[in-house]
Design a protein around this ligand. Structure first.
Ligand SMILES: [Zn+2]
Length: 328
């Protein structure tokens, strides 16, 4: 039964009424800018697979953060590319490690910037896996419990350097509880944990591996990340991290997983969504070819991620979008 013509949906879509009724709009407070800091370079180096993105030297990171701050971006997520890698990822928790140095520089230059650090070992291990590897029933793989201690050390070293939020991304069982206990024992009860709580084993991470130099020497990460087809497992992972004391949950990647994002948001904790390198590069390359309109596509992608339930969106477009929001 149609209620037309009493109900005319287009009445509310006239050009002057429509903006008043918008349910979701992007704001700068939604955006987190991921940044790559390379200990081995002295000038910014473009990332080929992510046109428009760079690795920055430690010496230049404070200026980059200050530039984002000036545009109104209030949070950044730091990834380090160390000069040395070994089997145990020792450079990941060194007090003078690349991320630790970067955190101190950013906090010194822009004290208000919320500095989030990626807590993982894959950029710091020579085998490229996210922690300690060893023999399992199915051959060599990431060992869970021995890797937890490593994550505690990394998180602690980031907190000591001044990080506001630590973000474990390794998808180890028990990582949030373990890190929370370690932080609290050291007096860092004010440091938040943003868990990569629901992280899929996705083909969209490809460009990041060039960006962060984190490819692996054997196997893949499918034994610790979630298969794209599994939604109940995806929900349970975030629920468990909430129970372990996570302050912010995360769904990664974002755009292909909006159903999961909406579901994870029902847990009640703030939720971040990570628009990953592959999502970035797909939009960027199509736009560079003239096949889609860049600005509209970027804004639409982020608006839809927010609509699905994200309180925070980690996106390589953050700086650009902040500029556009000023114009709007
Ligand atoms: Zn990792």
């Amino acid at each position: 039964m149609s209620i037309f013509p009493k109900r005319r949906m287009r009445r509310a879509r006239s050009r002057n009424i429509q903006p008043l009724l918008r349910e979701v709009s992007l704001s700068k407070n939604d955006l987190v800018a991921p940044l790559f800091i390379d200990e081995l370079i002295s000038a910014p180096r473009p990332i080929d697979a992510m046109p428009g993105q760079f690795r920055y030297p430690v010496s230049g990171i404070a200026d980059v953060a200050a530039g984002l701050w000036k545009k109104g971006i209030r949070a950044c997520l730091l990834f380090g590319i160390p000069k040395e890698k070994d089997a145990e990822g020792r450079s990941a928790y060194h007090p003078e490690g690349v991320v630790q140095q970067a955190v101190r520089r950013v906090k010194a230059e822009v004290p208000g910037m919320v500095v989030i650090t990626d807590v993982c070992a894959c950029e710091y291990t020579d085998h490229g896996h996210c922690g300690i590897v060893g023999e399992t029933r199915c051959g060599p793989d990431l060992l869970n419990d021995p890797s937890l201690e490593l994550m505690d050390k990394i998180a602690l070293s980031h907190a000591e350097a001044g990080a506001d939020i630590v973000a474990p991304s390794c998808m180890l069982d028990g990582m949030v509880g373990s890190i929370r206990t370690a932080l609290d024992a050291a007096g860092f009860d004010e440091v938040l944990i943003m868990s990569y709580s629901t992280k899929f084993s996705s083909a969209l991470y490809g460009p990041f591996r060039e960006a962060a130099d984190s490819g692996f020497s054997f196997g893949d990460r499918s034994t610790y990340q979630i298969h794209p087809g599994n939604s109940r497992e995806a929900f349970l992972e975030s629920q468990m991290d909430a129970d372990e004391g996570a302050d912010i949950l995360m769904v990664k990647p974002a755009g292909f997983y909006l159903d999961i994002l909406a579901e994870v948001a029902t847990i009640g904790l703030p939720v971040a969504a990570y628009q990953v390198s592959g999502e970035y590069s797909m939009i960027r390359s199509a736009a560079q070819n003239g096949w889609i309109r860049e600005r509209e596509t970027i804004i639409e992608s982020l608006t839809c991620i927010k609509r699905a339930g994200a309180d925070l969106i980690i996106t390589y477009f953050a700086g650009e979008v902040a500029g556009w929001l000023d114009e709007a």
